[in-house]
Design a protein around this ligand. Structure first.
Ligand code: UDP
Length: 253
């Protein structure tokens, strides 16, 4: 297939023009970044695994009626997606305290939360993706009150689905981040799950051992990231046949 026009290159993915209007091709890179891209490496095979895992989760969501941008996987690293207008917010759902919430509020990592907690972060690398309140979101026009209600409902459905899928293979869903996009159908606007769902954007802990199976392996130098992602894919039965692993991360800087 002829190389398509590149529209946007992010830290872990590239978006190309799609074959039809209203579509994009999403390419998964092997690049891993953390701490607002201060730490970087290339993890061989990560893009292939995330392409498969995101396909798996998005298809699962669609099967229970949660709308997503995913149309179909095209090849090892690319998937066809619907063009959406991304709402400039990262929606984080937490079931267990970890990461920035533990740090900010002094809640010990691993503390089970009495109910899922939803947080919004402004997508702005220059500002370091600051946490924002619903009042900021409405006041500055990043989303409407109706959008917020819909985003919370979507995020909780994704949480229920992903928690169940993970628990079935012995993994606790600690927290995750999703991005949400706007589409128009005739005159109606709908919000749908966009971007990706993969171990890059979730915290996943093995139920038995507590082993981390997500990007914290990279953030905290806990071992081979591709091994951890391969383990998630293997348990879910979505391991591509020609991904063998464990290549050591090649540090760029
Ligand atoms: N997350 C993400 N992208 C970001 C920030 C967070 O995918 O830019 C995910 C992260 O992997 C974790 C959840 O959102 O599953 C909560 O992250 P947290 O706020 O604890 O920040 P982090 O420790 O990832 O910096």
């Amino acid at each position: 297939m002829a190389r398509r026009k590149k529209l946007y290159e992010g830290k872990a993915k590239i978006l190309y023009e799609g074959p039809e209007p209203g579509t994009f091709v999403q390419y998964f890179k092997d690049d891993a970044t953390a701490f607002n891209a201060e730490k970087k490496a290339v993890i061989d095979g990560k893009g292939v695994l995330n392409n498969r895992l995101s396909e798996y989760f998005m298809n699962g969501l669609a099967s229970i009626g949660v709308p997503t941008h995913f149309i179909k996987r095209l090849n090892m690293r690319e998937q066809l997606i619907r063009q959406v207008e991304i709402i400039p917010l990262e929606v984080v759902v937490r079931n267990i305290a970890a990461g920035t919430m533990s740090k900010r509020l002094g809640i010990a990592e691993g503390t089970a939360l009495p109910r899922p907690i939803i947080e919004f972060y402004l997508k702005d690398d220059a500002l370091g993706d600051p946490i924002v309140t619903e009042e900021h979101i409405i006041a500055f026009g990043w989303a409407s009150q109706q959008d917020l209600d819909d985003m919370v409902a979507l995020a909780l459905r994704v949480n229920d689905f992903l928690s169940g899928v993970m628990l079935a293979v012995g993994i606790k869903l600690v927290d995750f981040k999703i991005e949400i996009g706007r589409i128009w159908e005739n005159d109606f606007q709908r919000l749908i799950v966009a971007d990706e769902i993969s171990p890059d954007s979730c915290r996943l802990w093995d139920v038995e051992t507590g082993r981390k199976l997500d990007k914290d392996v990279f953030r905290r130098d806990l071992g081979d990231l591709a091994d951890a992602y391969t383990e998630v894919a293997r348990r879910l039965g979505v391991l591509p046949s020609n991904v063998t692993h464990a290549v050591k991360p090649h540090v760029i800087n």
